[in-house]
Design a binder for this molecule. Structure first.
Ligand SMILES: C[S@@+](CC[C@H](N)C(=O)[O-])C[C@H]1O[C@@H](n2cnc3c(N)ncnc32)[C@H](O)[C@@H]1O
Length: 247
């Protein structure tokens, strides 16, 4: 059994798309790009580029930024990848100033755990947008304490990867402390008889904290939705989905 950061080990990167396929959030961001009549979009924390390349194929001018070289390697070789400008790094590496929309999908906002890095990300994002440009991202709502279900019993599932065969996947909560949730994801590859473990930490910010962070970075919050159907936030909402405009 080996323990890794999820976005560093090539075997876990290779199965990332099978574990995290297109989902309801994907349709939300595709629709948002259309509603805003965006031309140029920056995908911050683009990972393996599933959505980045889908948007590129739909004709948007795309930039994908991610600090994980292993994730970007998958992204570059995906159909449509040749149309995307890829940057290995974080938002501080962005060199444009006129994008229409910046997105952070797949709960990237929670992976940026400390407040200084989150503020720096939002400030750099703002600098890369044209006046009136939007930033959109989601963060899991801490209200319903979603980590309570991150147990082997509640989270165990089996997926079938085209290249690696059946994989059993489950989560194990490690610690909840100061809005930070540490947990492990276990991947048991049946054909190789091997189990890999990724150790992760996510930050759970509240709606007022995220709103304040956007204001501090020079954005005005336009919408906060509680789910991908654009419902308002309620106590039990799973997501906090923000759309904010560059002031
Ligand atoms: C859960 S993945 C989401 C990937 C993709 N956006 C998706 O929806 O599938 C989180 C990604 O955030 C990236 N990431 C971590 N820290 C980051 C930072 N400071 N700036 C930008 N991306 C970061 C990771 O490398 C990883 O690819």
């Amino acid at each position: 059994m080996g323990t890794f950061g999820e976005y560093g080990d090539p075997r876990l990167v290779a199965v990332y798309d099978t574990v995290n396929p297109f989902a309801a959030g994907t349709a939300f961001y595709i629709r948002l790009a259309a509603v805003l009549s965006a031309s140029s979009i920056i995908d911050i924390g683009c990972g393996t580029g599933l959505l980045t390349c889908e948007l590129a194929r739909r004709g948007y001018r795309m930039t994908g930024v991610d600090p994980s070289g292993a994730m970007l390697d998958v992204a570059r070789h995906r159909p449509g990848g040749e149309r995307v400008r890829w940057i290995e790094g974080d938002a501080s590496q962005l060199d444009e100033a006129d994008a229409d929309l910046a997105i952070m999908t797949g709960h990237v906002a929670q992976a940026i755990a400390d407040d200084q890095s989150w503020h720096a990300t939002l400030v750099a994002t703002r600098a890369a947008l044209r006046p009136g440009g939007r930033v959109a991202f989601e963060s899991r709502n801490p209200g319903p304490r979603p980590w309570a279900a991150w147990t082997p019993q509640a989270s165990r599932r089996r997926i079938d990867d085209a290249a690696h065969g059946p994989i059993e996947v489950w989560c194990q909560l490690v610690e909840v402390h100061d809005e930070r949730v540490r947990f492990e994801c276990h991947y048991r590859f049946a054909s190789a008889g091997e189990e890999l473990v990724s150790a992760d930490e996510l930050r759970f910010r509240t709606q007022p904290e995220l709103t304040q962070s956007l204001t501090d970075a020079g954005f005005a919050v336009e919408h906060v939705f509680g789910d991908w159907d654009r419902e308002p936030v309620a106590a039990g909402s799973r997501e906090l989905i923000f759309v904010a405009v560059r002031g």
